[in-house]
Design a protein around this ligand. Structure first.
Ligand SMILES: [Ca+2]
Length: 45
């Protein structure tokens, strides 16, 4: 059984948020493992 823990909306329709998802260990050193989520077609702001 699946449970939704978090839900994210992209900045714009078609930005493909979630195209890639990767565990990255503790990148910022706060003691908690981090997750990187890519959005292939997102435009930089
Ligand atoms: Ca962290």
């Amino acid at each position: 059984m699946w449970e939704t823990l978090w839900q994210f909306d992209g900045q714009a329709s078609g930005d493909l948020l979630g195209y890639s998802v990767s565990g990255s260990g503790d990148g910022d050193g706060d003691g908690f493992d981090d997750v990187i989520v890519g959005a292939l077609n997102a435009a930089p702001r």
